[in-house]
Design a protein around this ligand. Structure first.
Ligand SMILES: C[S@@+](CC[C@H](N)C(=O)[O-])C[C@H]1O[C@@H](n2cnc3c(N)ncnc32)[C@H](O)[C@@H]1O
Length: 198
């Protein structure tokens, strides 16, 4: 059995953070997490991530909560907080992996938006920096998950999709799952589809 990996987003300013919070959810989904926990005022972002999951497949859960601090403190498993002030990801990734996916221990990955209270630094088993330079929660999350899964998430298959992207050297091919199977045996025309949540 594979341990659950959950991403928690702390902080959301409606309007200003909509796109970034949505992209935290989409990145969590695409790069192998099982669930994202968003602040309860980020309903629009939650809707977009659920819509993408409905169309491009899962499983992936989206949850809205107003108790990010107590949820993190009460997490029954390992907690990683991504912060530019943390230990270098390349120094701790093996220990984090051993304490989570490799030992069937649930992992909570916390990313901030607005200023992150010190409680999260204290609640974390690991404060992890993806470089010690300031950048973005989306970039930090993507690199961290790829390191955690050692690239295996790139090979993931998606369940219950009604859209499948067929990789192209040039252009866009998006087909339904039956056509994707047929495509493996012969040529089937796909359709252009720009509805990717971006
Ligand atoms: C734009 S930063 C804002 C940080 C905020 N100024 C603070 O003091 O917490 C938003 C989030 O991006 C993530 N982040 C930014 N740079 C990072 C880095 N070098 N390594 C890991 N995470 C980073 C952290 O999760 C952070 O909470």
């Amino acid at each position: 059995m594979t341990a659950e990996v959950v991403v928690l987003r702390y902080g959301h300013r409606p309007g200003r953070d909509d796109r970034m919070t949505t992209h935290v959810g989409l990145t969590a989904r695409a790069l192998g997490a099982d669930r994202v926990v968003l602040p309860d005022n980020a309903g629009q972002s939650a809707e977009t991530v659920r819509d993408i999951t409905d169309r491009f497949g899962g499983p992936f859960e989206v949850e809205l909560r107003d108790d990010q601090r107590s949820f993190t403190r009460g997490w029954d498993g390992t907690v990683v907080h991504l912060t530019m002030y943390g230990e270098r990801v390349q120094d701790v990734e093996a220990d984090v992996r051993a304490d989570s996916v490799a030992s069937d221990t649930p992992l909570l990955v916390v990313v901030g938006g607005e200023k992150v209270p010190f409680d999260f630094y204290e609640a974390a088993d690991y404060n992890v920096g993806v470089t010690n330079q300031p950048h973005s929660e989306v970039a930090g999350l993507a690199v961290f998950l790829d390191r955690l899964f050692e690239g295996a998430e790139l090979e993931r298959e998606w369940d219950d999709a009604d859209r499948v992207v067929l990789p192209q050297e040039t252009g866009k091919r998006v087909v339904d799952p039956a056509e994707a199977v047929a495509e493996r045996d012969g040529a089937v025309e796909g359709t252009d589809d720009d509805s990717d949540g971006g």
